[in-house]
Design a binder for this molecule. Structure first.
Ligand SMILES: Cc1cc2nc3c(=O)[nH]c(=O)nc-3n(C[C@H](O)[C@H](O)[C@H](O)COP(=O)(O)OP(=O)(O)OC[C@H]3O[C@@H](n4cnc5c(N)ncnc54)[C@H](O)[C@@H]3O)c2cc1C
Length: 304
Protein backbone atom coordinates (compact mmCIF):
# COMPACT_ATOMS: atom_id res chain seq x y z
CA UNK A 1 0.00 0.00 0.00
CA UNK A 2 1.20 3.54 -0.79
CA UNK A 3 1.56 6.12 2.01
CA UNK A 4 0.27 8.90 -0.21
CA UNK A 5 -0.94 9.09 -3.80
CA UNK A 6 -1.30 12.42 -5.56
CA UNK A 7 -3.73 12.44 -8.49
CA UNK A 8 -2.60 15.07 -10.98
CA UNK A 9 0.74 16.55 -12.01
CA UNK A 10 -0.07 20.25 -12.42
CA UNK A 11 1.22 22.97 -10.09
CA UNK A 12 -0.92 21.64 -7.22
CA UNK A 13 0.05 17.99 -7.61
CA UNK A 14 3.76 18.64 -8.17
CA UNK A 15 3.97 21.08 -5.25
CA UNK A 16 2.27 18.51 -3.03
CA UNK A 17 4.79 15.95 -4.31
CA UNK A 18 7.78 18.17 -3.42
CA UNK A 19 6.52 18.68 0.14
CA UNK A 20 5.42 15.08 0.65
CA UNK A 21 8.73 13.74 -0.69
CA UNK A 22 10.79 16.04 1.54
CA UNK A 23 8.63 14.91 4.49
CA UNK A 24 9.66 11.33 3.76
CA UNK A 25 6.23 10.14 2.59
CA UNK A 26 7.57 8.58 -0.63
CA UNK A 27 4.67 9.98 -2.72
CA UNK A 28 3.37 8.44 -5.92
CA UNK A 29 2.07 10.97 -8.47
CA UNK A 30 -0.41 9.77 -11.10
CA UNK A 31 0.04 12.33 -13.80
CA UNK A 32 -2.97 11.75 -16.03
CA UNK A 33 -3.31 12.82 -19.64
CA UNK A 34 -1.70 16.24 -19.21
CA UNK A 35 1.74 15.92 -17.59
CA UNK A 36 2.60 19.28 -15.99
CA UNK A 37 -1.04 20.40 -16.15
CA UNK A 38 -2.74 23.41 -17.68
CA UNK A 39 0.16 25.82 -17.21
CA UNK A 40 2.07 23.90 -19.92
CA UNK A 41 -0.39 25.32 -22.48
CA UNK A 42 0.79 28.91 -22.05
CA UNK A 43 4.01 30.34 -23.48
CA UNK A 44 4.63 33.05 -20.98
CA UNK A 45 3.96 33.24 -17.25
CA UNK A 46 4.85 36.65 -15.86
CA UNK A 47 3.27 36.45 -12.41
CA UNK A 48 4.91 33.42 -10.82
CA UNK A 49 7.34 34.78 -8.21
CA UNK A 50 11.10 34.36 -8.77
CA UNK A 51 10.93 34.81 -12.55
CA UNK A 52 11.33 38.56 -13.16
CA UNK A 53 11.77 37.95 -16.91
CA UNK A 54 8.77 35.62 -17.07
CA UNK A 55 8.92 31.89 -17.66
CA UNK A 56 7.52 29.53 -20.27
CA UNK A 57 4.61 27.56 -18.71
CA UNK A 58 6.02 24.22 -19.82
CA UNK A 59 9.45 25.05 -18.34
CA UNK A 60 7.83 26.11 -15.06
CA UNK A 61 5.95 22.83 -14.73
CA UNK A 62 9.00 20.82 -15.74
CA UNK A 63 11.16 22.53 -13.11
CA UNK A 64 8.54 21.58 -10.49
CA UNK A 65 8.55 18.01 -11.83
CA UNK A 66 12.35 17.84 -11.70
CA UNK A 67 12.30 19.15 -8.13
CA UNK A 68 9.72 16.55 -7.07
CA UNK A 69 11.75 13.74 -8.70
CA UNK A 70 14.94 15.02 -7.08
CA UNK A 71 13.45 14.53 -3.62
CA UNK A 72 12.25 11.03 -4.44
CA UNK A 73 8.68 11.41 -5.70
CA UNK A 74 7.67 8.70 -8.15
CA UNK A 75 5.65 9.77 -11.17
CA UNK A 76 3.53 7.38 -13.25
CA UNK A 77 1.52 8.11 -16.37
CA UNK A 78 -1.72 6.66 -14.99
CA UNK A 79 -5.25 8.01 -15.42
CA UNK A 80 -7.63 7.31 -12.54
CA UNK A 81 -11.08 6.20 -13.73
CA UNK A 82 -12.80 5.63 -10.39
CA UNK A 83 -11.98 5.89 -6.70
CA UNK A 84 -13.21 4.53 -3.38
CA UNK A 85 -12.06 7.07 -0.82
CA UNK A 86 -14.19 6.11 2.19
CA UNK A 87 -12.64 2.65 2.46
CA UNK A 88 -9.41 1.81 4.25
CA UNK A 89 -7.12 1.57 2.39
CA UNK A 90 -8.42 3.99 -0.24
CA UNK A 91 -8.61 2.49 -3.71
CA UNK A 92 -7.83 4.11 -7.04
CA UNK A 93 -8.94 2.23 -10.14
CA UNK A 94 -6.76 3.19 -13.09
CA UNK A 95 -7.21 2.93 -16.85
CA UNK A 96 -5.95 -0.50 -17.92
CA UNK A 97 -7.18 -2.26 -14.77
CA UNK A 98 -4.43 -1.38 -12.26
CA UNK A 99 -5.78 -0.77 -8.73
CA UNK A 100 -3.64 1.35 -6.38
CA UNK A 101 -4.20 1.29 -2.63
CA UNK A 102 -3.25 4.30 -0.52
CA UNK A 103 -3.45 5.50 3.06
CA UNK A 104 -3.81 9.12 1.94
CA UNK A 105 -4.84 10.78 -1.30
CA UNK A 106 -4.42 14.29 -2.64
CA UNK A 107 -6.80 15.11 -5.50
CA UNK A 108 -5.20 17.73 -7.75
CA UNK A 109 -6.90 17.15 -11.06
CA UNK A 110 -7.52 20.78 -12.08
CA UNK A 111 -10.27 22.11 -14.28
CA UNK A 112 -10.71 22.48 -18.03
CA UNK A 113 -11.71 25.81 -19.55
CA UNK A 114 -14.77 25.58 -21.79
CA UNK A 115 -14.25 26.73 -25.36
CA UNK A 116 -16.79 27.93 -27.94
CA UNK A 117 -15.60 25.69 -30.77
CA UNK A 118 -15.49 28.63 -33.22
CA UNK A 119 -13.31 28.34 -36.31
CA UNK A 120 -9.58 28.79 -35.63
CA UNK A 121 -10.15 29.22 -31.87
CA UNK A 122 -8.13 26.16 -30.89
CA UNK A 123 -5.30 26.99 -33.36
CA UNK A 124 -4.70 30.37 -31.72
CA UNK A 125 -5.18 29.19 -28.14
CA UNK A 126 -2.21 29.51 -25.77
CA UNK A 127 0.14 32.00 -27.39
CA UNK A 128 -1.72 32.99 -30.56
CA UNK A 129 -3.95 35.55 -28.87
CA UNK A 130 -6.78 33.35 -27.58
CA UNK A 131 -6.80 32.88 -23.82
CA UNK A 132 -9.12 31.75 -21.06
CA UNK A 133 -7.55 33.82 -18.29
CA UNK A 134 -7.54 37.63 -18.23
CA UNK A 135 -5.64 37.74 -14.92
CA UNK A 136 -2.91 35.65 -16.54
CA UNK A 137 -2.70 37.12 -20.04
CA UNK A 138 -4.47 40.50 -19.99
CA UNK A 139 -1.26 42.48 -19.41
CA UNK A 140 0.13 41.27 -22.74
CA UNK A 141 -2.47 43.44 -24.54
CA UNK A 142 -1.60 46.85 -23.09
CA UNK A 143 -3.15 49.62 -25.25
CA UNK A 144 -4.61 47.07 -27.67
CA UNK A 145 -8.24 46.23 -28.46
CA UNK A 146 -9.48 42.91 -27.08
CA UNK A 147 -12.74 40.95 -26.84
CA UNK A 148 -14.31 38.77 -24.17
CA UNK A 149 -16.84 36.02 -24.91
CA UNK A 150 -19.41 35.28 -22.21
CA UNK A 151 -22.24 36.81 -20.27
CA UNK A 152 -21.82 35.69 -16.67
CA UNK A 153 -20.14 37.36 -13.72
CA UNK A 154 -16.70 36.05 -14.72
CA UNK A 155 -16.99 37.47 -18.26
CA UNK A 156 -18.11 40.86 -16.92
CA UNK A 157 -15.34 40.86 -14.29
CA UNK A 158 -12.74 39.99 -16.93
CA UNK A 159 -14.02 42.71 -19.29
CA UNK A 160 -13.86 45.35 -16.54
CA UNK A 161 -10.40 44.15 -15.46
CA UNK A 162 -9.13 44.39 -19.06
CA UNK A 163 -10.26 48.02 -19.39
CA UNK A 164 -7.46 48.94 -16.96
CA UNK A 165 -4.83 48.47 -19.67
CA UNK A 166 -6.47 47.56 -23.01
CA UNK A 167 -7.57 50.33 -25.38
CA UNK A 168 -11.07 48.86 -25.77
CA UNK A 169 -12.98 45.72 -24.83
CA UNK A 170 -15.84 44.19 -26.84
CA UNK A 171 -17.94 41.74 -24.84
CA UNK A 172 -19.75 39.19 -26.98
CA UNK A 173 -22.79 37.43 -25.55
CA UNK A 174 -25.29 35.17 -27.28
CA UNK A 175 -28.36 36.51 -25.43
CA UNK A 176 -29.82 40.01 -25.32
CA UNK A 177 -29.01 40.43 -21.64
CA UNK A 178 -26.21 39.25 -19.39
CA UNK A 179 -26.58 36.32 -17.01
CA UNK A 180 -24.31 38.23 -14.62
CA UNK A 181 -25.58 39.91 -11.46
CA UNK A 182 -27.29 43.27 -11.94
CA UNK A 183 -24.41 45.20 -10.42
CA UNK A 184 -21.82 43.58 -12.71
CA UNK A 185 -24.00 44.14 -15.80
CA UNK A 186 -24.47 47.78 -14.85
CA UNK A 187 -20.73 48.23 -14.46
CA UNK A 188 -20.19 46.79 -17.93
CA UNK A 189 -22.87 48.96 -19.54
CA UNK A 190 -21.60 52.12 -17.88
CA UNK A 191 -17.93 51.58 -18.73
CA UNK A 192 -17.02 53.79 -21.72
CA UNK A 193 -14.22 51.42 -22.78
CA UNK A 194 -16.58 48.45 -23.16
CA UNK A 195 -18.73 47.79 -26.23
CA UNK A 196 -21.44 45.20 -25.64
CA UNK A 197 -22.17 42.98 -28.64
CA UNK A 198 -25.36 41.13 -27.67
CA UNK A 199 -27.37 38.43 -29.47
CA UNK A 200 -24.06 37.40 -30.99
CA UNK A 201 -21.77 34.39 -31.03
CA UNK A 202 -18.13 34.00 -31.95
CA UNK A 203 -17.95 32.59 -35.48
CA UNK A 204 -14.24 32.74 -36.27
CA UNK A 205 -10.93 33.99 -34.97
CA UNK A 206 -8.82 35.66 -37.68
CA UNK A 207 -5.06 35.23 -37.78
CA UNK A 208 -2.37 37.48 -39.25
CA UNK A 209 0.56 36.14 -41.28
CA UNK A 210 2.50 35.43 -38.09
CA UNK A 211 -0.26 33.22 -36.72
CA UNK A 212 -1.47 35.75 -34.14
CA UNK A 213 -5.02 36.96 -33.60
CA UNK A 214 -5.85 40.05 -35.68
CA UNK A 215 -9.62 40.05 -35.27
CA UNK A 216 -12.78 38.07 -34.82
CA UNK A 217 -15.97 37.48 -36.77
CA UNK A 218 -19.16 37.46 -34.74
CA UNK A 219 -22.55 36.31 -35.94
CA UNK A 220 -25.83 37.91 -34.86
CA UNK A 221 -28.04 34.99 -33.86
CA UNK A 222 -31.24 36.85 -34.75
CA UNK A 223 -30.30 38.28 -38.15
CA UNK A 224 -27.48 35.92 -39.15
CA UNK A 225 -25.42 38.98 -40.02
CA UNK A 226 -21.61 38.64 -39.72
CA UNK A 227 -19.45 41.43 -38.34
CA UNK A 228 -15.68 41.68 -38.18
CA UNK A 229 -14.11 43.27 -35.08
CA UNK A 230 -10.39 44.14 -34.94
CA UNK A 231 -8.90 42.74 -31.75
CA UNK A 232 -5.43 41.50 -30.79
CA UNK A 233 -6.57 39.34 -27.91
CA UNK A 234 -9.62 37.20 -27.25
CA UNK A 235 -10.66 35.94 -23.82
CA UNK A 236 -13.11 33.06 -23.65
CA UNK A 237 -14.96 33.35 -20.33
CA UNK A 238 -17.75 30.79 -20.54
CA UNK A 239 -16.70 28.79 -17.51
CA UNK A 240 -14.52 25.88 -16.46
CA UNK A 241 -15.37 22.23 -15.91
CA UNK A 242 -13.56 20.73 -12.91
CA UNK A 243 -11.92 17.39 -13.75
CA UNK A 244 -13.80 15.51 -11.04
CA UNK A 245 -16.45 13.53 -12.89
CA UNK A 246 -14.54 10.28 -12.37
CA UNK A 247 -14.84 10.84 -8.59
CA UNK A 248 -18.61 11.13 -8.46
CA UNK A 249 -19.10 7.91 -6.47
CA UNK A 250 -15.93 8.28 -4.41
CA UNK A 251 -17.52 9.71 -1.27
CA UNK A 252 -16.37 13.29 -1.91
CA UNK A 253 -18.85 16.19 -1.88
CA UNK A 254 -19.19 18.53 -4.85
CA UNK A 255 -20.91 21.83 -5.54
CA UNK A 256 -23.40 22.17 -8.40
CA UNK A 257 -20.63 22.68 -10.96
CA UNK A 258 -18.55 19.73 -9.80
CA UNK A 259 -15.91 21.56 -7.72
CA UNK A 260 -14.81 19.54 -4.69
CA UNK A 261 -16.14 21.08 -1.49
CA UNK A 262 -13.43 21.69 1.07
CA UNK A 263 -13.69 22.74 4.67
CA UNK A 264 -11.67 24.49 7.36
CA UNK A 265 -8.13 24.57 6.04
CA UNK A 266 -9.14 24.99 2.36
CA UNK A 267 -7.84 21.55 1.40
CA UNK A 268 -9.57 19.15 3.80
CA UNK A 269 -12.45 17.35 2.12
CA UNK A 270 -14.26 15.95 5.13
CA UNK A 271 -12.93 12.44 4.38
CA UNK A 272 -10.09 11.51 6.68
CA UNK A 273 -6.79 11.45 4.76
CA UNK A 274 -8.24 12.90 1.54
CA UNK A 275 -7.29 16.40 0.43
CA UNK A 276 -8.19 18.52 -2.59
CA UNK A 277 -5.73 21.06 -3.99
CA UNK A 278 -5.66 23.50 -6.89
CA UNK A 279 -8.29 24.28 -9.49
CA UNK A 280 -10.41 21.16 -8.90
CA UNK A 281 -11.69 22.83 -5.74
CA UNK A 282 -11.08 26.50 -6.52
CA UNK A 283 -13.49 28.40 -8.75
CA UNK A 284 -12.20 31.82 -7.67
CA UNK A 285 -8.42 32.19 -7.94
CA UNK A 286 -7.31 29.57 -10.50
CA UNK A 287 -3.65 30.59 -10.54
CA UNK A 288 -0.45 28.57 -10.60
CA UNK A 289 0.65 30.04 -7.30
CA UNK A 290 -2.63 29.32 -5.51
CA UNK A 291 -2.59 25.77 -6.90
CA UNK A 292 0.98 25.34 -5.63
CA UNK A 293 0.04 26.83 -2.26
CA UNK A 294 -2.87 24.47 -1.70
CA UNK A 295 -0.74 21.53 -2.89
CA UNK A 296 1.77 22.48 -0.20
CA UNK A 297 -1.00 22.72 2.42
CA UNK A 298 -2.40 19.31 1.49
CA UNK A 299 1.01 17.65 1.77
CA UNK A 300 1.77 19.29 5.12
CA UNK A 301 -1.58 18.15 6.52
CA UNK A 302 -1.08 14.67 5.07
CA UNK A 303 2.32 14.39 6.74
CA UNK A 304 1.27 15.67 10.16
C1 LIG B 1 -4.21 29.87 -21.20
C2 LIG B 1 -3.87 29.85 -19.73
C3 LIG B 1 -2.90 30.69 -19.24
C4 LIG B 1 -2.60 30.69 -17.89
N1 LIG B 1 -1.63 31.54 -17.45
C5 LIG B 1 -1.34 31.59 -16.14
C6 LIG B 1 -0.38 32.53 -15.64
O1 LIG B 1 0.20 33.30 -16.41
N2 LIG B 1 -0.17 32.53 -14.31
C7 LIG B 1 -0.81 31.70 -13.44
O2 LIG B 1 -0.55 31.75 -12.23
N3 LIG B 1 -1.75 30.83 -13.88
C8 LIG B 1 -2.03 30.76 -15.19
N4 LIG B 1 -2.99 29.90 -15.65
C9 LIG B 1 -3.74 29.08 -14.68
C10 LIG B 1 -2.94 27.84 -14.26
O3 LIG B 1 -2.54 27.14 -15.41
C11 LIG B 1 -3.81 26.97 -13.38
O4 LIG B 1 -4.34 27.73 -12.31
C12 LIG B 1 -2.99 25.81 -12.80
O5 LIG B 1 -2.44 25.05 -13.85
C13 LIG B 1 -3.86 24.91 -11.93
O6 LIG B 1 -3.08 23.87 -11.47
P1 LIG B 1 -3.71 22.50 -10.95
O7 LIG B 1 -2.56 21.68 -10.53
O8 LIG B 1 -4.79 22.77 -10.00
O9 LIG B 1 -4.43 21.85 -12.21
P2 LIG B 1 -3.90 21.52 -13.67
O10 LIG B 1 -2.73 22.31 -14.04
O11 LIG B 1 -5.10 21.59 -14.55
O12 LIG B 1 -3.42 19.99 -13.58
C14 LIG B 1 -4.33 18.95 -13.45
C15 LIG B 1 -3.57 17.64 -13.52
O13 LIG B 1 -4.46 16.58 -13.20
C16 LIG B 1 -4.27 15.51 -14.10
N5 LIG B 1 -5.51 14.74 -14.14
C17 LIG B 1 -6.77 15.17 -14.47
N6 LIG B 1 -7.65 14.14 -14.39
C18 LIG B 1 -6.92 13.05 -13.98
C19 LIG B 1 -7.26 11.69 -13.73
N7 LIG B 1 -8.51 11.24 -13.88
N8 LIG B 1 -6.27 10.85 -13.35
C20 LIG B 1 -4.99 11.30 -13.20
N9 LIG B 1 -4.63 12.57 -13.42
C21 LIG B 1 -5.58 13.44 -13.82
C22 LIG B 1 -3.89 16.20 -15.41
O14 LIG B 1 -3.20 15.29 -16.26
C23 LIG B 1 -2.99 17.32 -14.89
O15 LIG B 1 -1.68 16.84 -14.73
C24 LIG B 1 -3.30 29.83 -17.00
C25 LIG B 1 -4.27 28.98 -17.49
C26 LIG B 1 -4.56 28.98 -18.84
C27 LIG B 1 -5.62 28.05 -19.36
Amino acid sequence: MEDIVIIGSGCAGLSAAIYAARAGLNPLVLEGGQPGGLITTTNEVENFPAFPEGVNGFDLAWKMREQALKFGARIEGAIVERAELLSSPKKLFCEGGNVIEAAKVVVATGSSPRMTGAKNESNLYGGGGVSTCATCDGAFYRNMPVAVVGGGDTACEEAIFLTRFCSSVSIIHRRNEFRASKIMSERVFSNPKIETVLDSVLDEVLADDGGKCRGIIVKNVKTGQLREIDVKGLFIAIGHTPNTKFLKDSGLSFDDDGYIITKGSMVETGIDGVYAAGDCSDRRFRQAITASATGCMAAILASS
